[in-house]
Design a protein around this ligand. Structure first.
Ligand code: NAD
Length: 263
């Protein structure tokens, strides 16, 4: 049994992680940390059969001998939480988004006694979508990415859309120029991402997280689409990371290394 703690346990993702950990026979949920909800019973915020109380401080992770700690919080909190986990030799699985390259360099240097995996998207289907788009890129000269999210998302484009286009741009250098000479409404062609690949952001009530990659060449097109309908879509990826993080020294970014291990 791996002893698991959760930072951000009362949040939308954190409580789903608590439920998934409790339901997994190989894992034991030993600590739930969320300062803004400290003192509540975990069962008041999550559908779990557990007597855990939500703790206000990371010390609960040490007191409960957690081995792997999952973080779905906010960027500033996650930075502090990671420093704590690295200092105390606890493994980290991080879903919080927004880390800069400088953050990743700092995290890589700090995890000397334990391991850290940071994935901007834990949905295995989304990881495959990015991989398939990267594989297809050299065979098409034109591409556009449409990402669609719920109407409370405050940033655009999504990190997944940016990462998809970065990988497609790096995989090919034969992209055709945009033919548009006049935009009647500015922005009609979307935002110009890496290699000029257009990214379109849709915000619609009722959606969760969706993305379509369109690729076109003479006489044919290819559409690659992924849909997350529910936060449970992220849990198989989170649980996989929790079970494997200890075997990957230092920092791992993204789930690719777990899904496609070197032969
Ligand atoms: P949320 O606001 O519902 O939850 C965040 C929780 O963190 C809150 O309960 C808050 O009280 C808690 N928190 C704040 N500071 C803390 C601290 N110092 N220690 C412990 N807990 C603390 O947000 P959410 O929708 O659950 O999203 C959380 C993060 O996960 C965001 O960065 C979001 O972009 C990201 N996210 C990532 C994925 C992925 O697949 N990687 C998927 C969905 C969301």
């Amino acid at each position: 049994m791996i002893r698991v703690g959760v930072f951000g346990a009362a949040g939308r993702m954190g409580r789903t992680v608590c439920e998934a950990v409790v339901a997994d026979p190989d894992l034991s949920l030993v600590a739930a940390v969320d300062p803004e909800h400290a003192g509540l019973d975990l069962r008041q915020v999550a559908k779990v059969d557990s007597d855990l109380a939500i703790a206000g401080s990371a010390d609960a992770l040490l007191e409960s001998c957690a081995e792997v700690v999952v973080d779905f919080t906010v960027l500033d909190a996650a930075r502090e939480n990671l420093a704590f986990l690295a200092e105390h030799g606890l493994h980290a699985v991080v879903g919080t988004t927004g880390f800069t390259d400088a953050d990743l360099t700092r995290v890589a240097a700090s995890f000397t006694k334990s391991s850290c995996l940071i994935a901007p998207n834990f949905a295995i289907g989304a990881v495959l979508m990015m991989r398939f788009a990267e594989m297809a890129a050299p065979w098409f000269e034109t591409a556009e990415v449409i990402e669609l999210h719920h109407d409370l998302k405050v940033d655009s484009p999504s990190g997944t859309a940016m990462r998809t286009v970065e990988r497609m741009a790096a995989a090919s250098d034969t992209w055709a120029p945009d033919p548009t000479e006049r935009e009647v409404i500015p922005g009609a062609r979307g935002a110009s991402g890496p290699a000029g690949i257009p990214i379109h952001s849709v915000r619609l009530r009722g959606l969760v997280a969706h993305q379509e990659v369109l690729l076109g060449t003479t006489g044919q097109s290819l559409s690659i689409r992924h849909d997350s309908y529910d936060r449970s879509s992220f849990m198989p990826g989170v649980l996989l990371a929790v079970k494997q993080v200890a075997e990957r020294p230092g920092l791992t970014v993204g789930l690719d290394a777990l899904l496609f291990p070197d032969p």
